[in-house]
Design a protein. Structure first.
Length: 131
C-alpha cells in the first residue's frame, strides 16, 4: 500500500500536467478564434458597402431612365401649352400640322443638346483621368 501511495503523487502530477497542456492548447485555439473574429468586422463592412454601392447604381440607373422620359415629355408639353393659348392649331383644324412642325424639331434640339452635354462631360472626365 505504501508503494501505491508513493506513486499517487506522480500520477496526480501527470494528470495535472496533461490538464495544463489541454488548457494551453485551448487557450491558443481561443486566441486564434479571437483574432479571426477581430478581423471579421472590416470584411462585413466591405460587404455592406459593396451592397450599398450596387443599390446606389441601380437607383442611379432608374433616375437616368426617368430623366430621359422627362426629356421627351417636357418639350412636347411646352409646345402643347404654347399652342393651347389660342389660334387655329388645335386637333382637327387645318393648321394642326404646325404643332408637329414645332414639337419635333424642339424635341430633336433637346435630345441633341443633352447628348452633346453628355459627350463633352465624358471627354472632360477621360482627359482628367489621363492626367
Amino acid at each position: 500500500m505504501l508503494a501505491s501511495f508513493e506513486e499517487a503523487p506522480d500520477c496526480q502530477s501527470i494528470w495535472v500536467k496533461a490538464i495544463e497542456r489541454d488548457y494551453e492548447a485551448l487557450g491558443r485555439k481561443f486566441g486564434l478564434l479571437v483574432k479571426k473574429l477581430e478581423s471579421m468586422p472590416p470584411v462585413i463592412t466591405y460587404k455592406v458597402q459593396i451592397s450599398q454601392g450596387r443599390q446606389a447604381f441601380l437607383e442611379t440607373t432608374n433616375l437616368s431612365r426617368l430623366t430621359y422620359l422627362a426629356l421627351v415629355f417636357v418639350p412636347l408639353t411646352f409646345t402643347c401649352s404654347l399652342f393651347s393659348m389660342g389660334g387655329d392649331v388645335g386637333p382637327g383644324s387645318s393648321h394642326f400640322w404646325v404643332y408637329f412642325a414645332v414639337a419635333i424639331p424642339l424635341l430633336l434640339l433637346t435630345f441633341s443638346l443633352t447628348i452633346s452635354y453628355r459627350v463633352l462631360s465624358f471627354v472632360k472626365q477621360r482627359s482628367e483621368e489621363a492626367l
